[in-house]
Write a protein that binds this ligand. Structure first.
Ligand SMILES: [Zn+2]
Length: 406
């Protein structure tokens, strides 16, 4: 019974979207979104030219905060993690829809972030992922104002930190666990380019494994356990893991290091490992195999040399993204699909690892929507964004925001 009431209170069913699109205010906002695409592209370039390396999003965050203030959002603030937050109150405080994009990039400090234009194509690191999302969020706010759209529920706009790599979703974790704890009813992230709707959150566990021993002379101390050779044993086991193809589950040793000299038994060797799956049970299964492989490799190396120069292993977690899923039949997914259909656009459901992962594992309806246009080379220095008809992505995000803030 409670569930039914919650659905009645918070659910915008997909059937309502075609009626919504005929409301004068919504119509006006959609027109404003199309008309304002030039401004959205200006914002996209301007934001992208302010560097935002992992853990160093402050400068771009400050700029985003000023933009939120200029657009008249209420209660604009930066939380403890560095997330930039601003509200557009609805007739009621709830439901509260969080509508976000991420501030950070994968690019290290010192990367040249200037954007060049050739015709309709913009080039620059981060131009699509996720300067596009950041710009679309601003364009949605602007269009809502221009159309004077009043939403029944509140929309909380967020520029999120820590989405990429070792950022490990720390911004969205902070948002759900502290900043807006218990006050998020739906979650949308605008991330990247194209027409995808991500409803399956691929989880990942990432580790740094360090094997240590006393080390010694390759000739004089021969007969001592060797951390690099032990690492070889561990890697051979990992290479032979059998994993399901559905749900897709993967493993990768991405980096290795260690050693002192060609004529020294090393005192240390390390590797970085990434395990992924869209399914938490499968992820945990491959995780257990991995941990067992580390222990077995070390035990075998110690046994091989009768415990001389005994090795130990330290397994350090460097990333933990929980796997999650928003059902295809959920109101939020159906609404997003109906939004695309109402605008005469195509849309496809996808898997991915995004800020929505955290929302999904908290049981909050969540999707990540692509920001329109055509992107290429995400996470590379040669990243590009083709702005041809990119206003369609802005309109889609806008209509989704209106349809879900109720
Ligand atoms: Zn992204």
């Amino acid at each position: 019974m409670i569930l039914v009431l919650v659905l009645l209170a918070f659910g915008c069913w997909a059937q309502e979207v075609p009626a919504l699109i005929r409301e004068p205010a919504v119509k006006a906002a959609l027109e404003a979104a199309k008309r304002g695409e030039g401004q959205a592209i200006e914002d996209q370039v301007a934001l992208c030219e302010v560097p935002a390396p992992p853990f160093l999003e402050q400068r771009r965050g400050q700029m985003y905060k000023r933009m939120f203030e200029q657009l008249g959002l209420r209660n604009v603030r930066v939380d403890a993690a560095g997330n930039v937050i601003g509200e557009r109150p609805g007739k009621q405080a709830r439901p509260n829809l969080v509508f976000s994009a991420h501030l950070d990039t994968v690019f290290p400090e010192g990367t040249r972030v200037s954007v060049t234009r050739e015709g309709a194509v913009l080039k620059g690191p981060g131009i699509g992922d996720d300067c596009r999302g950041l710009a679309v969020v601003l364009a949605v706010i602007r269009a809502l104002h221009e159309g004077k759209v009043e939403t029944p529920g509140t929309i909380t706009f967020v520029g999120m930190v820590g989405e990429e790599g070792l950022g490990d979703l720390r911004g969205v974790k902070q948002l759900f666990q502290e900043t807006l704890k218990g006050r998020i009813d739906k979650f949308v992230s605008i991330d990247g380019t194209g027409t995808g709707i991500t409803n399956v959150g691929v989880g990942s566990f990432r580790y740094k494994v360090t094997l240590k021993g006393p080390g010694g002379h390759s000739y004089g101390a021969f007969g001592m356990a060797n951390p690099i050779q032990a690492l070889g044993r561990v890697m051979a086991k990992i290479s032979d893991f059998q994993v399901p193809s559905s749900p897709k589950t993967t493993f990768n040793v991405g980096r290795i290091g260690g050693g002192t000299s060609v004529n020294a038994i090393p005192f240390e060797a390390w590797m970085e490992v990434d395990l992924r799956s869209a399914d938490m049970v499968s992820l945990e299964a491959v995780d257990q195999k991995f941990k067992a492989a580390v222990q077995q490799g070390v035990d075998e190396e110690n046994a091989r040399w009768s415990g001389k120069g005994k090795l130990s292993a330290v397994v350090e977690t460097v990333g933990l993204r929980p796997a999650g899923r928003t059902s295809e039949d959920s109101a939020i997914v159906r609404t997003a699909m109906a939004v695309a259909a109402a605008l005469g656009q195509s849309a496809e459901l996808r898997e991915g690892s995004t800020d929505s992962n955290v929302a999904m594992t908290m049981g909050v309806p969540a999707i990540t929507m692509s920001g329109g246009g055509v992107g290429q080379g995400a996470h590379s220095l040669g990243e590009s964004f083709d702005t041809t008809d990119s206003w369609q992505g802005t309109q889609r995000a806008l209509l989704a925001a209106v349809a879900l803030a109720r």
